[in-house]
Design a protein around this ligand. Structure first.
Ligand code: PLP
Length: 217
C-alpha cells in the first residue's frame, strides 16, 4: 500500500478531535514529500540534527514536532522553527528551552512527558513531580514556553490491559493538570502498536511512524 493510501485509511479511523503526527524519523525526504502531497503537514522527528536538516530542505509550511528525548545542548538548533516539543522531561530542560526561545523571541509550545510505563528506561516526569511542579510558580515564570499538555508512552507489551491502564492513568493526570492549566488541549499518546487503545482512552494526538511509512530499518 502507498503512503497516501495508508494515511487515508488512518484518517478514516481517527475521530476528528485527534491530530495525526506522521513520525518520519530515519525516513527519506521522498517519503515525507509523498505524505505532504497527500495533505499531511505535521511531521515528528526524534533527533534534532535530522529534523534541522529536513526542515531546511523541505516545504516551509511543514510543522515539525520534536517527539524524542531532547539533549539540552541541542535545544538552540530547534527553537527557531519547532512547532511542538513533546518530550520535555526535566525542569532543567524547560529552563533551557525558555532561555533559547527568548533569544529568538519565540514562545515555544511544549508537552510535559510523563513516565507511565513499567519499564524503567523510559524518560519522563512522575505524576507526583508534575503535581509538585504545578504547585510552584515555575511554569508561569517561564515566559517563552507554553505548556500545551502531556505526552506519554505505554509499556511495550502485547498485554492490552496493561497499556490501557497506563493510558487511563495519563488521561486522569491530564484532567487534573487542566484544573490548574485550563488552556491545555493536547494529550499526546498512542503509537502504531497501541493508538487505537490510546484514542479510546482520550488521546488527542497520536504519533504514528511505521503504520504510515512502513517498518524502519
Ligand atoms: C518512533 C516513535 C513513535 C512512532 O513509532 P511507531 O511505532 O513507528 O508508530 C512515536 N513516538 C515516539 C516518541 C517515537 O520515538
Amino acid at each position: 500500500m502507498s503512503i497516501a493510501a495508508r494515511l487515508a485509511q488512518i484518517h478514516m479511523e481517527l475521530p476528528d478531535r485527534v491530530t495525526l503526527v506522521a513520525v518520519s524519523k530515519t525516513k527519506p525526504e521522498s517519503d515525507i514529500l509523498e505524505a505532504y502531497a497527500a495533505g499531511q503537514r505535521i511531521f515528528g522527528e526524534n533527533k534534532i540534527q535530522e529534523m534541522v536538516g529536513k526542515q531546511q530542505r523541505l516545504p516551509k509550511d511543514i510543522q515539525w514536532h520534536m517527539i524524542g528525548h531532547v539533549q539540552r545542548n541541542k535545544v538552540k538548533y530547534m527553537v527557531p522553527f519547532v512547532s511542538l516539543v513533546h518530550g520535555v522531561d526535566q525542569i532543567k530542560l524547560l529552563e533551557e528551552i525558555n532561555k533559547q526561545a527568548r533569544k529568538v523571541q519565540r514562545k515555544i509550545p511544549v508537552l510535559l512527558q510523563v513516565h507511565i510505563a513499567r519499564e524503567t528506561t523510559k524518560f519522563g516526569f512522575d505524576a507526583e513531580e508534575i503535581r509538585d511542579m504545578l504547585k510552584t510558580d515555575l511554569l508561569p515564570r517561564l515566559g517563552n514556553i507554553t505548556v500545551k499538555g502531556l505526552m506519554g508512552m505505554a509499556s511495550f507489551t502485547s498485554k492490552e490491559a496493561v497499556v490501557r491502564r497506563e493510558f487511563r492513568a495519563l488521561k486522569e493526570l491530564y484532567d487534573e493538570t487542566a484544573q490548574v492549566l485550563p488552556n491545555i488541549s493536547i494529550l499526546s499518546m498512542g503509537m502504531s502498536g497501541d493508538y487505537q487503545i490510546a484514542v479510546e482512552e482520550g488521546s488527542t494526538m497520536v504519533r504514528l511512524g511505521s503504520s504510515i511509512f512502513g517498518v524502519r530499518d
